[in-house]
Design a protein around this ligand. Structure first.
Ligand SMILES: [Fe+2]
Length: 180
């Protein structure tokens, strides 16, 4: 039966301790623009400051949420987060090509963003790979509050029979997909 489902993942919203600082970081490091910024209580039932940011012409891909009534402390790294509610691990931003990803890597380094993993090639079929899955190249950085953002390119796709296909069109025979 053809049951309804969403077409795609789209935006994510994160809490930030200092909206100005985060706007500056998402602009400088990742190239976002501010679409709309709204003060807490501007709308009666919304007690938090909301800032909608975009990469191109979609209204927003990220939302920065700041609660002026909250005392913030820095989010721990996942490996150090040993007690408390399950935390969101990371969000990922895709580059259109490996060339653009390499330019983003330069930008990230020039802007002095904190790199916590990579650059790394997630692959168990390529000799440069780290043995993990997805056939994509990635770098992981932390935003000013410790939110982990991945910037990547070349994620594999899945053929109808469950075989993984690299971004450059190679079917990787022997690969397996739990739910083709
Ligand atoms: Fe990821």
């Amino acid at each position: 039966m053809d049951r309804p489902k969403p077409a795609r993942m789209q935006h994510f919203a994160i809490e930030v301790s200092d909206t100005d600082r985060s706007i500056d970081w998402y602009r400088r490091v990742l190239g976002f623009k501010v679409t709309e910024r709204h003060a807490a209580h501007e709308v009666a039932e919304i007690p938090v400051e909301l800032t909608f940011m975009r990469l191109a012409n979609i209204h927003h891909e990220i939302v920065l949420v700041h609660n002026p009534a909250k005392t913030y402390r820095r989010k721990p790294l996942p490996e150090n987060d040993l007690d408390g509610p399950p935390n969101f691990h990371h969000a990922a931003l895709e580059c259109d090509s490996r060339a653009e990803w390499l330019r983003m890597l330069e930008r990230i380094q020039e802007e002095g963003a904190q790199i916590v993993r990579g650059p790394v090639l997630h692959s168990f079929v390529q000799s440069r790979g780290d043995g993990s899955w997805g056939e994509n190249e990635a770098v992981y950085i932390l935003d000013p509050d410790g939110h982990r953002i991945e910037v990547f390119c070349d994620l594999a796709t899945i053929d109808a029979d469950g075989t993984h296909v690299s971004a450059w069109g190679d079917r990787m025979e022997g690969t397996r997909t739990e739910e083709p």
